[in-house]
Design a binder for this molecule. Structure first.
Ligand code: DP6
Length: 360
């Protein structure tokens, strides 16, 4: 498939007004996307667990205009209140996707959106937010073209979400989603995320992710700037090669259920992501002292308990604590006893693997 497959021909149906709603989850990458080419094409492939609890719910009410407008016509409400400062980001998104959704200037849209997680919790809302928005717009397109298949709907929703925020393309479905061309993964694509197409050992079903909110402040450096700093980065080529190799190694891990190798790959990916930040020019550090305290505690506990708890990090200070279902009591007790003290206001979110977005 190429981009042009997502440009529609004539629509078969006419619609005047209506409302669509989607709830779309966040995701946590195991092999990280860090660095991109033009048009949100990733510099390396990535894979993530789709989450369940952390989600954005978005509704779009649409009303046909008397004639096509010269610009986008929309209102935006975040948690029930107008949110002017989110509008420019949405306008950029609409501009990027207009050639794939040529009806955008034919309607007035009211976009209402809210998150399940606390605002400014340091949790990135771009994956859940952009995927929910892309799905709502696809639901409008499906009303204009009811013959569209479920498979095409999901692919195009992922393709559009990617143009809003790269990682958002991995939030349409679950439970394990891969994005980006990878020689050892059939069907993988730079254009959209695919469901992991091979066997997954049952140990990875119901995997838990407890998100420790270490720092709820605004990040000093956005992901978009961080991605950009991978251009001319001294270690970029090696890093991109390593991501391909880690995905190949994970194939075996996922089929055999070897948690020791899983931990090695996932923790190395998290630390490599932050190593790229620390070695770019300008360099920056997003971890906080408590991020490191937590990592050290996890290592000590893992050794003494012989459990398989491990961590990963996003582009921020928060820590995602990952563990299998059969260890949940022991690990959760450890989190409460020893890790919550490092969270800002003692806040954390209990999440687990999820199965993708839902129409509401
Ligand atoms: C560290 O998807 O937020 O979470 O495409 O610029 O919106 P943009 O970046 P974004 O980058 C996420 C990077 C990451 C790793 C990952 O999710 O793979």
């Amino acid at each position: 498939m190429t981009e042009t497959n997502f440009i529609p021909s004539e629509y078969s149906n006419e619609i005047s007004d209506g409302k669509v709603t989607y709830k779309s989850p966040s995701n946590i990458a195991l092999v990280k996307y860090w660095g991109k080419k033009e048009n949100q094409i990733p510099a390396n492939p990535s894979i993530s667990f789709t989450l369940n609890a952390c989600a954005t719910t978005t509704s779009i009410s649409y009303k046909k205009l008397a004639s096509k407008a010269s610009d986008y016509s929309f209102d935006l409400l975040f948690e029930g209140k107008p949110k002017e400062d989110f509008k420019p980001k949405i306008e950029i998104f609409l501009n990027r996707i207009e050639m794939y959704l040529p009806f955008l200037k034919d309607f007035h849209f009211t976009i209402e959106t809210s998150n399940s997680f606390p605002h400014s919790s340091g949790i990135a809302s771009s994956a859940s937010g952009m995927s929910a928005l892309a799905l709502c717009l696809m639901a409008v397109e499906k009303e204009l073209n009811p013959e569209m298949s479920r498979d095409f709907f999901n692919k195009k929703a992922s393709f559009l979400a990617r143009l809003g925020s790269g990682s958002a393309c991995r939030s349409i479905e679950g439970d394990l989603i891969q994005w980006g061309n990878h020689a050892d993964t059939d069907g993988s694509s730079d254009l959209y995320g695919i469901k992991y197409p091979y066997e997954l050992h049952p140990i990875f079903k119901n995997y838990h992710d407890t998100i420790l909110l270490v720092d709820k402040g605004q990040k000093q450096v956005s992901s978009t700037i961080g991605h950009d700093l991978m251009h001319n980065h001294p270690f970029a080529k090696n890093r991109f090669d390593q991501a391909h190799e880690n995905l190949t190694k994970l194939k075996r891990v996922f089929s055999e259920g070897n948690l020791k190798s899983f931990i090695d790959i996932v923790e190395s990916e998290a630390l490599t992501l932050h190593a790229m930040m620390m070695t770019s020019l300008p360099y920056f550090v997003l971890m906080k002292p408590n991020t490191l305290e937590i990592i050290n505690k996890i290592w000590v506990f893992r050794e003494s308990s012989k459990t398989n708890v491990c961590f990963t990090l996003d582009a921020g200070a928060n820590v995602h604590v990952l563990y299998p279902e059969n260890e949940k009591e022991e690990v959760f007790q450890f989190i409460k006893n020893e890790l919550v003290v490092y969270c800002e206001n003692g806040q954390y979110i209990c999440d687990r693997i999820g199965f993708g977005a839902k129409k509401m």
